[in-house]
Design a protein around this ligand. Structure first.
Ligand SMILES: Cc1cc2nc3c(=O)[nH]c(=O)nc-3n(C[C@H](O)[C@H](O)[C@H](O)COP(=O)(O)O)c2cc1C
Length: 131
């Protein structure tokens, strides 16, 4: 199955998780504010992640979600970091649903900076999502 990993991270926590997921999926993790972020070829699974800042998503991720189209991915899998609330997962899910992309029920969450154990778990999670 083909995959893409997109994320937005202000201070590196979500980036670390995105890179572990990308390793598991055998692709590169791409930040949504870069010129490579657009999905050029439709993928089977789009892994997409972000964090929560003052109860909301960063505007870079919000804007990116608006650019996604139904044809970009057969399904999406959400990942996130935050301090206490997992609301970022719901917010990303909402954006994907608006784009018409079906979202996997299971998401991957790490509290703030993921440690080695969590990163290894994320890598395995991504592999499982592509079986
Ligand atoms: C300005 C700011 C606001 C935050 N607001 C929240 C919040 O409302 N709820 C929460 O659970 N975590 C909040 N956090 C914690 C971040 O979501 C968490 O540290 C996350 O892992 C940061 O991800 P990043 O390193 O990928 O940017 C906030 C962090 C910052 C810097």
């Amino acid at each position: 199955m083909s995959a893409a990993v997109r994320y937005y991270s202000r201070s590196g926590n979500t980036k670390a998780l995105a890179e572990a997921i990308a390793k598991g999926a055998g692709v590169s993790a791409v930040s949504v504010d870069t010129s490579d972020a657009a999905i050029k070829e439709p993928v089977d699974v789009l892994f997409i992640g972000g964090a929560l800042y003052a109860y909301g998503l960063d505007k870079n991720l919000k804007e990116y979600l608006k650019t996604l189209k139904k044809e970009d991915a057969k399904k999406a899998v959400v990942f996130s970091t935050s301090w206490v609330s997992k609301h970022s997962i719901d917010l990303i899910r909402e954006g994907l649903k608006e784009a018409g992309i079906p979202v996997e029920d299971q998401a991957f969450y790490a509290r703030n900076k993921p440690g080695q154990k969590k990163l290894a778990e994320a890598e395995r999670f991504a592999k499982r999502c592509l079986l």
